[in-house]
Design a protein around this ligand. Structure first.
Ligand code: IPM
Ligand code: MG
Length: 355
């Protein structure tokens, strides 16, 4: 029987609550589909930092690295300096494990979840490939005259030929695998941010290797407009780090809200990290009101990545079924007690697999 080692970082705020539901679901799926998950929990996050002043010690980082996958709930706390824990935990894993793909599917499970008029599930079904290790996130920044009237702050966007190419190639591969509209859209801002010309040129070169895949292009501002006006226009899109961060929150709303959007931070063939895209939502923490659907879907993405495709699909189908039948009312805060959703998904999944 296949066995997978999973490092779990439940994190802050609503992280632990939604993680508990996601793990319930993946465990039940393992039982149904005949594989094992061995989980090791790590305490890192803001609470742990406040208690111990420890962010993510090197020894623990090395240990986490040795797992088959990492599952993360959410991280961040307003009591700490902006970005301290985000950079020390999430970004550290993204950069030091070279998780160069941020895979963010945007799919509408049921018409009533969509805030846009007359959009149906077939209209909102796309995958955003966010380059995950470069751009404005590369960390090259500095200050001069700090704190004085003359202060200057700079941050350099970094794009490497290889970094761009591997993200673009991944997008073309996904478009081929999905076999839907067979289209990859490059989203950039090369008309104003001139260095993004490296994206334009690399995209054109890589596209030659995929004659079966159509190409499209949109500047990020226009892409935001299209996302609302005609989401059906997108199949697979590839975009630099910062734009990917922004447009996927927009996409999350189009698919029903932050409580539904999941992601994978991936280095194909290596240990990869799965997380809901929402944050720690401190004001809702500990009240049993946050929706764990995004966290559960991140679990499904993790199982797909581990090669347990049937199990991954079973979770996704169960969620779709619950929305379609109206048993899952939605993902807004308080729509269901957090700790009841996992069981609902498990029941639906079991009913479908025994039918
Ligand atoms: C995300 C988040 C992170 C990001 C934060 C927490 C640093 O918004 O995963 O989208 O900006 O990448
Ligand atoms: Mg974000």
């Amino acid at each position: 029987m296949a066995e997978y080692n999973i490092a779990v970082i439940a994190g802050d705020g609503i992280g632990p609550e939604v993680t508990a539901e996601a793990l319930k679901v993946v465990d039940a799926t393992a039982e149904t589909f005949g594989f094992k998950l061995k989980k090791t929990e790590y305490p890192f996050g803001s609470e742990h930092y406040l208690k111990t002043k420890e962010i993510f010690p090197d020894a623990a980082f090395e240990e986490v690295k040795g797992h088959d996958a990492i599952y993360l709930g959410a991280i961040g706390d307003p009591r700490l300096p902006v970005g301290l824990i985000e950079y020390g935990v999430i970004a550290r894993m993204r950069f030091d494990l070279d998780l160069y793909i941020n895979l963010r599917p945007i799919q509408l499970f049921d018409e009533r979840l969509c805030p846009l008029k007359d959009k149906r599930p077939e209209d909102v079904d796309m995958v955003i490939i966010r380059e995950n290790t470069e751009g404005a996130y590369a960390g090259m920044h500095g200050f001069a005259h700090k704190g004085q009237a003359l202060e200057v702050a700079t941050q350099t966007m970094v794009y490497t030929r290889q970094g761009v190419e591997r993200a673009v190639r991944y997008a073309f591969d996904i478009a081929r695998q999905r076999n839907k509209r067979k289209t990859v859209t490059l989203i950039d801002k090369a008309n104003a941010v001139r260095a993004m010309d490296i994206w334009t040129r690399t995209f054109a070169i890589v596209a030659k290797d995929y004659p079966d895949i159509k190409t499209e292009h949109a500047y990020i501002d226009a892409a935001c407009m299209w996302m609302i006006k005609n989401p059906e226009w997108f199949d697979v899109a590839v975009t630099p780090n910062l734009f990917g961060d922004i447009i996927t929150d927009l996409g999350a709303m189009v698919q029903g809200g932050m409580g539904i959007a999941a992601s994978g931070n991936i280095h194909p063939g290596r240990v990869s990290l799965f997380e809901p895209i929402h944050g720690s939502a401190p004001k809702h923490a500990g009240k049993n009101v946050a929706s764990p659907v995004a966290a559960i879907l991140a679990g499904s993405m993790m199982l797909n990545y581990l090669g347990e495709k049937e199990a991954g699909a079973a979770i996704e189908n169960a969620v779709r079924g619950l929305f379609a039948s109206g048993r899952l009312k939605g993902v807004s805060t308080g729509s269901h007690p957090t700790n009841e959703v996992g069981e609902m998904v498990i029941e639906e999944m079991r009913a479908a697999t025994s039918a």
